[in-house]
Design a protein around this ligand. Structure first.
Ligand code: 26V
Length: 811
């Protein structure tokens, strides 16, 4: 907690404003005022930051490094103020200067350096590590352009670059003195020097990796950890720009461009792997720079590399940073002179790996030729790891060649990153119980039998500081008024709220808060789409990446069906609904983009049909991102978590919605299963095929979407509506969706789950009419959401995987 009075804050603020802008506060633009506040807060943080680092160096506590190609931080100002414990003081102080804090907070650009769940999880983890006094730091890429900005124009997604650094970034500090060189291409010369085989990398292209550090503020505990993002720059003296010989000049420009391309833009695809050279370069770039700086720092402060694995933990977020394994081997062997065996012991003991998906099409594998060319020394090391691993397999599985070739790290002309990650780490975890079981039983079965003790589950979580305290201050106040504030440090204490759910006044306040949040969201909807929605209708929300397995189509088909029903029977007695969608499609994912077009076409027709308008509206909110999520989620009545069972590794928005009192309608997929276990069957609405049924169809076949469709009049009608011009004069427009569902026997079972989904929606309608029952359900969901705080998840990682932090030391 930062100790500062309102008076001092105001004085500091005005002084900082004048210093930065050279004019009086009254003349300042809102942007000037935001920058002033951001810079001042960063100054406040600076001393604590230095002190935290000093303490880490002195105590030599184990340091955790969380390597991730994505960190989806969103806005930082509000949460930094909250965690510093000075948000109220700032708000009041600024108000006295005629400045509205929230208005300034809303000026901040989202830091959107991630695609979705995986990147946001990394951001929640940073917040939790700092808040739990765990010395845990992020390491990633400072993309110049983050996740694209989505515009919906004439009902379709248009992508625009996310130039998030345009107005500067007050949070980062460039550290050119801490730059590292990363080497690409060239050849490796092997020489015997003093009887030792030595590997010398020559003719490579050097890239300067310059770190930008962002402070990660712990909650009222004086801890400031670091997120270090690397930016790629040309090595300045590499080519002489003043030399005007034409060849050199062009070469210099070419070199500059090829270097800067590395940290230029975030890949906007999170479900289809493509063997893109630039992505491989990105991965090696940040991993190599990160590890070099970790080791440099370690050697400076600790010295002895022999027990490095007791002093650092390196966590790889999915396979994207898997090159950390051969890169650490390279540094330890080539640069620090360790033996292979010592280097391997240290590496495997340090590295741990999280898997985030079972989608086969998302698994990374790099063509050997590309890999070898770009990373010749790293390839040699991977080859040696593979050789030794296969030797182990040969002695264990004598004659079982199929199994051995299936498990090899290098095979079929590819380097298989998940295999490398499993072999080169001491821990492999899934992100929800069901997901981990599927990994063990199906996707990674061979490896599970070989290394059963490596596999473990760490169910995801979300930071309640951002997703409740910051985004839903009214609900936070209700909790504090009824059960005190112990839950802030111990989120499972939220359970105490359940004891208050027989108190009518509490239920009324719950309802009141939800309505006020809905009124706020209705304003946002009006501003962004022009659509007027009724805050008394059910706000029924599905916001997430657009993907076939997440089944936005299922949601859309039931809306189309409801529309048909309302037209047939205008007196149909339903609670009015506002169905809200949001999410981005990967630019190259045709079906997902078509899904967006379909939802918008359906929305357009329904919203302009006065016959149904009182009862049904459909909204597509453009440019879904962290800051928008913060205003949508507190206003949701219903959380749509309707993926095909087995496909969603965990989901994390399901947890955010629950914590904000939405009722979940869900398949028993990912963490939905654990949410159900927490709240009980009466407080969640479950539908759809179970894991066994889905896996059985995948294994034995026998599914016919055609047959399912023909047996259900409602389905016949809505699928026909896709291709009969009902939603578009262009009958071809939604043909791909139709074909996916029917001609190609939809692998995600949308039609199969349709009936059960509709019945679940009817149940939602019925429960909602009983306001007391609904509010109680909401209350139970809130009360049981504490277990899904990322503080719980991080404690489990710290004790179960990293061997770090407070809890570990007290065992
Ligand atoms: C995969 C790929 C594949 C190659 C192209 C670039 C790229 C970028 C990101 C990814 C990661 C996809 C995996 C992912 O985001 N999984 C999600 O992780 C969440 C956090 O664990 C989890 O809640 C979601 O269920 C899971 O889909």
């Amino acid at each position: 907690m930062l100790n500062i009075s309102k008076k001092t804050f105001k004085k500091d603020y005005v002084k900082k404003f004048i210093e930065l802008h050279g004019k009086e506060l009254e003349e300042g633009t809102p942007q000037n005022k935001y920058e002033t506040l951001g810079t001042l807060v960063r100054d406040y943080i600076a001393e604590m930051w230095i002190a935290t680092n000093k303490k880490y160096n002195k105590t030599q506590e184990k340091q955790v490094y969380y390597l991730s190609a994505e960190f989806l931080l969103g806005r930082l100002l509000g949460n930094s103020l909250l965690n510093l414990g000075i948000r109220d003081i700032c708000k009041e102080g600024l108000a006295e200067l005629n400045i509205n804090l929230e208005e300034l907070e809303n000026l901040e650009q989202d830091q959107g350096l991630g695609n979705g769940g995986l990147g946001r999880l990394a951001a929640c983890f940073l917040d939790s590590m700092a808040s739990l006094n765990i010395p845990g730091h992020g390491c990633g890429i400072r993309y110049k352009y983050g996740f694209f900005e989505q515009k919906i124009i004439n009902g379709s997604q248009i992508e625009a670059p996310d130039n998030w650094l345009r107005g500067g970034n007050v949070w980062e500090i460039r550290k050119p003195d801490k730059a590292e060189i990363v080497k690409f291409g060239g050849e490796v010369k092997v020489e015997m020097i003093d009887g030792n085989m030595t590997f010398i990398h020559i003719n490579y292209e050097p890239v300067l990796a310059v770190p930008y550090d962002t402070p990660v503020v712990g909650y009222e505990n004086q801890v400031i950890n670091t997120l270090r993002l690397w930016s790629a720059e040309p090595v300045s003296n590499e080519f002489d720009f003043s030399s005007f010989s034409r060849g050199d000049f062009l070469k210099a420009i070419e070199y500059k461009n090829s270097v800067e391309a590395i940290s230029h833009v975030l890949y906007p695809d999170d479900s289809f792997y493509e063997g893109k050279l630039l992505r491989l370069k990105q991965q090696y770039f940040f991993v190599s720079a990160g590890l070099q700086s970790i080791i440099r720092h370690y050697v400076k402060h600790n010295g002895d590399l022999e027990n490095l694995d007791e002093k650092i933990a390196i966590h790889i977020n999915d396979t994207h940073p898997t090159l950390a394994i051969p890169e650490l081997m390279r540094i330890l062997i080539d640069e620090e002179g360790l033996s292979w065996d010592d280097a391997w012991r240290i590496t495997t003991n340090s590295v741990s790996y999280t898997n985030h998906t079972i989608l086969a099409e998302a698994l990374e594998k790099w063509p050997v030729d590309m890999f070898k060319k770009i990373l010749p020394r790293i390839y040699m090391i991977v080859e040696e790891i593979n050789r030794r691993f296969c030797e182990e397999l040969w002695s264990k599985y004598i004659g079982q060649w199929d199994k051995i070739s299936r498990m090899a790290i290098i095979g079929d002309g590819y380097v298989k990153m998940a295999h490398l990650a499993i072999v080169g780490s001491h821990s492999v975890n899934g992100v929800a119980k069901l997901h981990t079981e599927i990994l063990k039983k199906q996707e990674m079965q061979d490896f599970y039998y070989l290394y059963p003790r490596k596999f473990n589950n760490k169910t995801n979580g979300i930071t309640h500081r951002r997703w409740l305290m910051k985004s839903n201050p009214k609900l936070t106040k209700l909790l504090v008024d009824t059960i005190g504030d112990s839950w802030i440090k111990h989120p499972t204490d939220m359970e105490k709220f359940e004891n208050h759910l027989d108190d009518k006044s509490v239920l009324e306040r719950l309802q009141q808060i939800k309505t006020e949040n809905k009124i706020d969201l209705a304003k946002t909807i009006k501003q962004s789409s022009g659509i007027i929605v009724d805050p008394n209708s059910i706000f029924d929300v599905q916001v997430k990446r657009i993907h076939a397995y997440k089944r936005q189509t299922l949601n859309c088909l039931r809306v189309m069906n409801l529309y048909n029903k309302l037209l047939e029977n205008p007196n149909l007695d339903i609670v009015p609904r506002t169905v809200i969608f949001g999410g981005k499609a990967a630019p190259g994912y045709f079906l997902a983009k078509k899904t967006i077009e379909l939802i918008n076409a359906v929305a357009d027709k329904i919203n302009n049909d006065p016959r149904v308008n009182e009862k049904l509206k459909v909204v597509y909110l453009e440019n879904y991102r962290v800051s928008l999520a913060e205003s949508i989620i507190p206003a949701a009545d219903i959380s749509e978590q309707i993926s095909t069972t087995t496909k969603e590794a965990s989901g994390t928005s399901n947890m955010k919605f629950m914590m904000n009192g939405a009722i979940t309608i869900a398949t028993l997929d990912g963490a939905n299963v654990e949410i159900r276990d927490e709240v009980g069957d009466d407080n969640i609405v479950i539908f759809g095929m179970n894991e066994r049924e889905v896996l059985d169809y995948y294994k034995n076949g026998g599914y016919s979407s055609w047959q399912v469709c023909n047996e259900d009049e409602r389905l016949k009608r809505v699928t026909q509506d896709l291709v009969n011009g009902y939603y578009s004069p262009d009958k071809e427009k939604f043909k791909t969706i139709y074909e996916h569902l029917l001609t190609y026997n939809d692998e995600f079972f949308v039609l199969k789950d349709f009936d059960s989904y509709l019945r679940a929606q009817d149940k939602v309608d019925e429960i909602y009419r009983d306001s007391i029952r609904w509010q109680k359900m909401a209350g139970v969901n809130i009360a049981h959401s504490g277990i899904f705080s990322s503080d719980r998840t991080i404690q489990e990682y710290a004790t179960g995987i990293w061997g770090s932090g407070f809890l570990y030391k007290n065992l």
